[in-house]
Design a protein around this ligand. Sequence first.
Ligand SMILES: *[C@@H]1O[C@H](CO)[C@@H](O)[C@H](O)[C@H]1NC(C)=O
Ligand SMILES: *[C@@H]1O[C@H](CO)[C@@H](O)[C@H](O)[C@H]1NC(C)=O
Ligand SMILES: *[C@@H]1O[C@H](CO)[C@@H](O)[C@H](O)[C@H]1NC(C)=O
Ligand SMILES: *[C@@H]1O[C@H](CO)[C@@H](O)[C@H](O)[C@H]1NC(C)=O
Ligand SMILES: *[C@@H]1O[C@H](CO)[C@@H](O)[C@H](O)[C@H]1NC(C)=O
Ligand SMILES: *[C@@H]1O[C@H](CO)[C@@H](O)[C@H](O)[C@H]1NC(C)=O
Ligand SMILES: *[C@@H]1O[C@H](CO)[C@@H](O)[C@H](O)[C@H]1NC(C)=O
Length: 397
Amino acid sequence: MKRLSTLVDGFLVLALFSCSTWTVWSSSCCNQINSYEVRPHSVSITEFGAVGDGITLNTIAFQNAIFYLNSFADKGGAKLFVPAGRWLTGSFDLISHLTLWLDNDAVILGSMNSDDWPVVDPLPSYGHGRELPGGRHRSLIYGRNLTDVVITGNNGTIDGQGSIWWNNFWNKTLNYTRPHLVELMNSTGVLISNVTFMNSPFWTIHPVYCSHVTIQNVTIIAPLSSPNTDGINPDSSDNVCIEDCYISTGDDLISIKSGWDGYGISFGRPSTNINIRRLIGKTTSAGIAIGSEMSGGVSEVHAEDIYIFDSHSAIRIKTSPGRGGYVRNVYISNMILVNVDIAIRFTGLYGEHPDDTYDPDALPVIERITIKDVIGEKVKRAGLIQGIKGQNLPDGS
Ligand SMILES: *[C@@H]1O[C@H](CO)[C@@H](O)[C@H](O)[C@H]1NC(C)=O
Ligand SMILES: *[C@@H]1O[C@H](CO)[C@@H](O)[C@H](O)[C@H]1NC(C)=O
Ligand SMILES: *[C@@H]1O[C@H](CO)[C@@H](O)[C@H](O)[C@H]1NC(C)=O
Ligand SMILES: *[C@@H]1O[C@H](CO)[C@@H](O)[C@H](O)[C@H]1NC(C)=O
Ligand SMILES: *[C@@H]1O[C@H](CO)[C@@H](O)[C@H](O)[C@H]1NC(C)=O
Ligand SMILES: *[C@@H]1O[C@H](CO)[C@@H](O)[C@H](O)[C@H]1NC(C)=O
Ligand SMILES: *[C@@H]1O[C@H](CO)[C@@H](O)[C@H](O)[C@H]1NC(C)=O
């Protein structure tokens, strides 16, 4: 299947080839990054009074720069250049037709004051914050209703300095759900490449209700002991391509989601056509996970050339009664596992509900899961499959 679509004004031309078969792929499955043109306008964050000393708070500088660049959105878009330096900031919003460009040795540092990460509404497909009822802190880099937005550079770093959030989680002093490092919501034509992400307070990159998302050649690092620092969470999103990434974090490297129990069922937006290739990483959790929030459905997941080492599991599907939804048409091939406790793990009784309004009879359907060509060394168990009482185990191979 081949599809071609052109986004607003042709600034980002998408030539999307769904990597849906076992055929030999071209060198990149992320063909949607074919050609986005160089932005005709560019400014440096220093022109807006930012100071890269790691101490000065630059939230206003980022906001002002992006406000200024908004006037170029209909003129080919613009680039915000972040030079070498340590740029401390609170949460700021991206706009359409923007490239955030981090030079080598540029580090965007998340403020360690939680007030700099304002509280926003919970997602409709979750009903509540994921950790606590009510709102949730807004991600450091946030975007909503956008088209054609790029975060890239020459291996600059975005460091969430998440340790205060992890401590607040452990000592139970959080008031709201922790923020992501990057969240893009209801956006299309997203490219994130050639950047390193570190120490996210919570999940690192969270595209939610998005289409045409490419994440290529990124490094994501957080301590193995840090709580829920997932790498990439495509959530109720479609046409997502993740390739050439190295991820080492305290939770799932990639976790595909689509909403939580009744809230996700009624929101009804699935994650579909999710392509992953050339992923390398280690974690105390799973390499590629689906769920546990999958109530809007997850389908057409294709993963190939995966190398997971020193990890708990490689592939994990997590569901629970109450979730409803489905996980179907998942094809995973060519995995190499080294020192992994459980290669393939399905968990049907994961638990964790937003509240007690969930319908225990809403059983998830798991079907057509294909995993082939897996080679392992020091793998303690090949599989551990736990179903749900009253439901058939998945067909598959
Ligand atoms: C999503 O974004 C589009 C385009 O900006 C907008 O028209 C639409 O209302 C947004 N929907 C939601 C649910 O935010
Ligand atoms: C996004 O679109 C929704 C629905 O139209 C609207 O309520 C919201 O204010 C928009 N948000 C932004 C940041 O544009
Ligand atoms: C990946 O990123 C690094 C650093 O940003 C760069 O040197 C390298 O060329 C990139 N590789 C690809 C395939 O884009
Ligand atoms: C990119 O930067 C990170 C953090 O500084 C470093 O660990 C990684 O090796 C760099 N990658 C490349 C390809 O230069
Ligand atoms: C919880 O952790 C935070 C962040 O490290 C710290 O400021 C706070 O004092 C801790 N609270 C308790 C009750 O330990
Ligand atoms: C939680 O609220 C209390 C009381 O307003 C405040 O002192 C504390 O800093 C807040 N904790 C976080 C992590 O924001
Ligand atoms: C990543 O960086 C490499 C080396 O500079 C460059 O060739 C490549 O086009 C970049 N990739 C993207 C998707 O920006």
